[in-house]
Write a protein that binds this ligand. Structure first.
Ligand SMILES: Nc1nc2c(ncn2[C@@H]2O[C@H](COP(=O)(O)OP(=O)(O)OP(=O)(O)O)[C@@H](O)[C@H]2O)c(=O)[nH]1
Ligand SMILES: [Zn+2]
Length: 346
């Protein structure tokens, strides 16, 4: 029988428990994916850590997922995700690539020096809202800024409900600043552009346990000893840190809903524009332009919204275009093959 209180320390909660049938409750073993390799997964449960070969019958699985295994340790099924980060796949076969599942809190790191950009924060907010995770904006390198208060105000003005904090990633006080989110069983992820202090913050939050469990020596698929990176770590606070390279390279794509949430003020106003397809760029009786004239909304914010929406549309369109192109290519191959057969048959 599964020890659910141990599982809770890995992020197990009613959302997952509710998905179990009575039978599964008694016999199945829930495990969480803590690392992913080419041909196998590393999973953790109340029984400890084990590896699981990836088979063609399995659905797409990513770090952070919860799976059910039977009493022989064989994969049974994947549980529905509470949140999910994806990105546009570089290949053309699959639409999107899974990056991480069941992240509760996404720390959007933006440094208070040259990198500080409201546009970039809005871009990350759209991504995080799309995933379903709770965003927390972390303004790093506070020690290098003369006016953190003003910066916090600017970010807070993006949404009154947004959590915004400033800190020095190198200082142990960073843990205190984030203590509201460093809760046992909560899964955090860190994102932000290069050089803003993500690794430094992760080191500070994870402390000694990063060295102890972050890199583990194990045998690879060919039996060689390798040092691999474990993507899900338990921090001293009991909170879990999900750290995979994919989180660091996220692009904005397929996040229509995330944009709507991030720019809820603009989308709410847009309902009052005269034209339902108003682009808010000079059409008559545009409620958004009126809000800009009255100073309720910044021109910068509208420009960024229009830019991100255009980018999102472009990315989504190129996905469907690629799908259409694939189909056409498939048909071409088939035709050529048929023609070859016909020729041969003559
Ligand atoms: N003064 C100051 N320096 C910081 C702070 N956070 C990070 N740094 C420094 O900034 C540099 C970049 O920090 P990293 O933690 O490597 O940044 P990163 O976001 O992980 O960068 P990538 O690995 O490229 O994605 C390092 O030299 C850090 O020591 C901070 O809060 N204050
Ligand atoms: Zn309008």
């Amino acid at each position: 029988m599964t020890n659910f209180s141990i599982l809770a320390t890995f992020g197990w909660r009613p959302f997952f428990q509710q998905q179990l049938s009575l039978d599964e409750w008694e016999t199945a073993q829930p495990v969480r994916v803590t690392a992913q390799h080419k041909s196998r997964l590393v999973v953790t449960s109340d029984q400890g850590t084990q590896t699981l070969p990836i088979t063609p019958a399995m659905p797409a699985i990513t770090v952070g997922d919860w799976l059910l295994l039977d009493d022989l340790g064989t994969f049974v099924r994947i549980l529905a995700r509470q949140t999910c980060f994806k990105r546009k796949s570089p290949g053309s076969k699959v639409e999107s690539q899974l990056i991480a599942a069941n992240v509760d809190v996404a720390l959007i790191v933006c440094s208070l020096n040259d990198d500080f950009s409201l546009n970039r924060i809005e871009r990350y907010l759209a991504l995080v809202h799309e995933s379903g995770a709770e965003p927390v904006v972390v303004l790093s390198k506070a020690d290098l800024s003369d006016d953190t208060v003003h910066a916090i105000e600017q970010v807070q003005a993006l949404s009154p409900l947004l959590s915004v904090i400033s800190l020095d990633c190198r200082s142990s006080q960073a843990r205190e600043a984030l203590q509201d989110w460093l809760i046992e069983g909560k899964t955090l992820a860190v994102l932000g552009s290069s050089g803003v202090g993500k690794s430094t913050l992760i080191n500070t939050l994870a402390g000694d346990c990063l060295q102890a469990t972050g890199s583990i020596r194990e045998d690879d698929d060919k039996g060689r000893h390798t040092t691999t990176h474990r993507a899900l770590l338990t921090m001293p606070s009991g909170a879990l840190l999900l750290d995979t390279p994919g989180m660091r390279e996220l692009q904005l794509a397929d996040c229509d809903a995330g944009l709507e949430t991030t720019f809820a003020d603009i989308t709410a106003l847009a309902e009052h524009c005269k034209f339902s397809d108003c682009q808010h760029q000079g059409e008559p009786n545009c409620a958004v332009q009126a809000a800009i004239t009255s100073g309720d909304i910044d021109q910068r914010r509208l420009d960024n919204y229009l830019k991100l929406r255009k980018e999102e549309k472009f990315n989504t369109a190129s996905l469907s275009q690629r799908r259409a192109a694939d189909k056409a290519l498939g048909k071409y191959y088939k035709r050529t093959l048929n023609a070859a057969h016909t020729l041969k048959g003559r």
